[in-house]
Design a protein around this ligand. Structure first.
Ligand code: PGA
Length: 245
């Protein structure tokens, strides 16, 4: 486990984009599993800049998103489909045929989960997974208690998550359920990168990196991963016993 502490959000975002870019340069057809949320916005902005400035190309890569709200049409403004198009996919030369987001409004959500899991498998598995972390330690929408052997499935969101995410919805109320890529699927990614910024993530980061490995702290599974980097800004690292800053 590599824990890197950067001075601030901008530096964390730069470092994250550079890791993604390195993967793309070394392996243009790499498979990525990537997050939504406020944390990765800086990383996406920098990746767009890297395409503009140095011609970094996304066209041969495959992208999967970690999650989507259940029941939201892909054109709902608070959907992760729209988030991804607005903040990343429509701004780079990603191939729409190689971009995947779970269909929140699929008529048969269970079948959609199976299809999504199979698509990741058929793509050869994930080379690099980029994750945010919830204040409760969730990764994707795997909330505390998510089984470590879980795959892509329908989950119920923690009330605390719904409160944090309510602001994204006009009616100030987030859906109760979502589709998320599972814990086992995340753990099987060949390389993992977790981003955390801000003091409201400090407890979750400490529990994930220095605490017991437990399903009550989903991100704690990553401490067992053979190739994981935690990229933190100073505030997210505030409670760690030892840092390299
Ligand atoms: P955030 O969400 O980046 O908006 O803080 C992260 C998460 O909940 O996984």
């Amino acid at each position: 486990m590599d824990v890197r502490v950067l001075p601030d959000y901008e530096a964390m975002s730069d470092a994250a984009a550079e890791i993604v870019a390195q993967k793309l340069r070394a392996q243009p057809d790499a498979v990525f599993l990537i997050p939504t949320g406020t944390t990765p916005l800086g990383m996406y902005r920098r990746l767009v800049e890297l395409q503009e400035r140095e011609g970094l190309s996304f066209s041969n890569a495959t992208f999967f998103n970690l999650d989507e709200y259940l029941g939201l049409a892909s054109d709902h403004p608070a959907s992760y489909h729209v988030y991804m198009k607005t903040n990343f996919y429509d701004l780079v030369n990603a191939d729409p045929a190689k971009v995947h987001v779970p269909e929140g409004a699929a008529p048969d959500p269970e079948a959609e989960c199976q299809r999504y899991e199979a698509a990741m498998r058929e793509a050869g598995g994930v080379d690099l997974c980029v994750l945010g972390i919830g204040r409760n330690g969730h990764i994707g929408f795997n909330e505390p208690g998510a089984p470590f052997d879980s795959r892509t499935r329908v989950v119920r969101l923690a009330e605390s998550t719904r409160l944090v995410n309510a602001a994204d919805f006009e009616e100030k109320c987030a859906p109760e359920r979502a589709i998320t890529v599972g814990m086992q699927t995340i753990f099987e990614c060949r390389q993992a990168l977790l981003l955390a910024s801000g003091s409201n993530k400090a407890r979750a980061v400490k529990a994930a990196t220095e605490g017991t490995v437990t399903e009550e702290v989903p991100a704690s599974i990553l401490s067992q991963h053979p190739d994981v980097t935690f990229l933190l800004d100073r505030d997210a690292a505030l409670l760690l016993d030892e840092t390299d800053v």
